[in-house]
Write a protein that binds this ligand. Structure first.
Ligand SMILES: Cc1cc2nc3c(=O)[nH]c(=O)nc-3n(C[C@H](O)[C@H](O)[C@H](O)COP(=O)(O)O)c2cc1C
Length: 493
């Protein structure tokens, strides 16, 4: 395994540049300068790449590198796979153009600050770009020319689309949606595309099918990480994820019109497949390792996409996001964006005194969510925990909603579980909400049952006697600061 050199690692950390990265290639140079790019040569597409990603992201969950796989057996050197684009706080901040963070909560705060006067920026259409370096048409199409990974042992096939952007145009308006939905390869020019009910891409597909037409689609499987961040999170219906992603870079993305359907495709993208979803060609899709860490939904028939064009850069890079038992290569960024959305929404619902929100990677950013507040009135803490799991961003497939005091860092599991262990009396402080919103991927539900329950855990000091609660046995901030100043060197390895 070749790693970045020590000299690279010592390069000054710089997460904020004067100009946004132009594309994934420039982003890679910056990630390397940050000392956060690990290069791996010779790993096999068949299980090894998936298992290496799992090994690295499980071993270093706090600050894992991005992994660039090259020299994949059976494929030309340069045909690469990138895992874990935004899996560390530094790389996420660098991607978004935010200042260097001390930890993930700093990224949440900076993201929320930006959103106060955020503006989306529509794409700019151009006539050419690196994505046109190679174009395979009709009979030339062979998706297996790319090192499509087989990720987990129990998967039903090779998945080219995991950290992808699925581009579809609403037939009734100019709106172009872009979502991350998994893409399984059936054969050299046919893929499966799983969009769960209610997702915007699925709603668009249904409109075409109702008109008795196939649904045009462009599938980008390698691109700027900003596009993946927008595509993989719940951006408002009717909003273009590309414009949203461009808002973060303060500059439009350059797009080309695809040959067949005129869909916008990233001019600086790596690989784009174009085709149509057929209303009446269904093949078995799945199973596939899921973000909850299980295979809860099994194989079932789903509509396939017939691929008629493949556009790709020389030495193309597949951007991969491998779901599975957390943490995985995208869960950090999922948690940051989700936490910022929940925080915004609980405040919009009128909740005061919020100090932080963190949707833990352990729960895939959905199942184990913590909100920290400065208690101001009786009932404040229950209101916070209830809202945290009932606002839209925090509602789907949740399970644990925990409220803690302001001295607890919601992103720190030591802090959170200590508060649960010491400030929560289960019989008094846990409420249950029944028949809440679940779905097909919930490992704890039975087939056909789309409800689950929520535990509302109040791990705050009881409001009535919070000021008489036993004092915490730790150094005062003054003593801690003095000790750090004089003895902090003892912490350095
Ligand atoms: C790595 C990753 C993989 C995902 N895979 C799927 C998937 O296979 N199917 C799906 O419906 N949603 C999937 N999602 C969730 C959607 O991308 C997410 O809900 C997004 O908001 C969908 O876009 P939309 O809101 O435009 O429908 C995935 C998210 C991520 C980050």
């Amino acid at each position: 395994m070749a790693q970045t050199k020590d000299t690279d690692v010592k390069t000054a950390k710089k997460t904020k540049y004067d100009t946004p990265h132009e594309d994934l290639r420039e982003w890679l140079t910056r990630a390397d300068a940050l000392g956060e790019l690990q290069k791996v040569e010779g790993a096999d597409w068949n299980l090894e790449i998936g298992a290496i990603a799992e090994m690295i992201y499980h071993a270093t969950p706090e600050n894992p590198p991005a992994i660039l796989f090259d020299n994949i057996p059976g494929y030309p050197k340069g045909f690469r796979i990138l895992s874990g684009m935004t899996a560390s706080p530094n790389r996420l901040a660098m991607t978004l153009g935010l200042p260097e963070p001390k930890g993930p909560m700093d990224v949440v705060r900076a993201y929320r600050d930006r959103m106060k006067d955020f503006k989306s920026i529509p794409s700019r259409f151009v006539n050419t770009g690196p994505i046109l370096e190679n174009v395979d048409r009709d009979d030339e199409v062979d998706i297996f020319k790319f090192p499509v990974p087989f990720l987990h042992e129990l998967d039903g096939g090779r998945y080219i689309g995991t950290g992808d952007c699925i581009i579809m145009k609403d037939p009734d308006s100019d709106w172009v949606n872009c979502g991350t939905y998994r893409v399984m390869v059936h054969d050299k020019n046919t893929v499966g595309l799983w969009m769960s009910p209610g997702k915007h891409g699925r709603l668009i597909r249904e409109k075409y099918f109702k008109m008795g037409k196939p649904c045009p689609v462009a599938i980008s499987v390698g691109h700027d990480p900003l596009m993946f961040l927008a595509a993989g999170n719940e951006i408002q219906y009717g909003t273009s994820e590309f414009a949203y992603a461009a808002g973060h870079r303060g500059k439009p993305f350059d797009m080309l019109k695809s040959e067949l359907h005129g869909l916008p495709i990233p001019a600086h993208g790596e690989i784009v497949l174009e085709g149509e979803i057929s209303p009446d060609d269904l093949r078995p899709e799945g199973p596939f390792g899921e973000w909850t860490g299980y295979y809860a939904s099994s194989v079932r028939p789903d509509n396939v996409v017939k691929i008629k064009r493949v556009y790709y850069r020389n030495d193309p890079i597949i951007t991969m996001a491998r779901p599975g038992r957390p943490p995985s290569d995208y869960t950090m960024s999922k948690s940051v964006i989700k936490s910022a959305l929940v925080w915004d929404q609980v405040e919009a619902a009128g909740l005061p005194g919020v100090q932080g929100v963190w949707c833990h990677q352990n729960g895939g950013g959905r199942l184990f969510n913590v909100i920290s507040i400065k208690q101001a009135y009786p009932g404040h803490s229950r209101q916070a925990a209830q809202l945290c799991c009932n606002v839209h961003a925090g509602n789907y497939l949740g399970r644990w909603s925990i409220v803690v005091d302001e001295d607890i860092d919601p992103s720190n599991l030591w802090d959170v579980t200590w508060a649960m262990a010491s400030r929560c009396d289960p019989i008094e402080d846990i409420d249950i909400t029944r028949r809440a919103w679940s779905g097909a991927l919930d490992p704890r539900k039975q087939a056909g049952d789309n409800f689950n329950s929520r535990a509302i855990v109040d791990a705050c000091r009881p409001f009535e006697w919070k000021d008489e609660f036993p004092p915490v046995a730790e150094s005062s901030p003054e003593l801690a600061a003095k000790t750090h100043a004089k003895w902090g060197h003892l912490l350095k390895k």
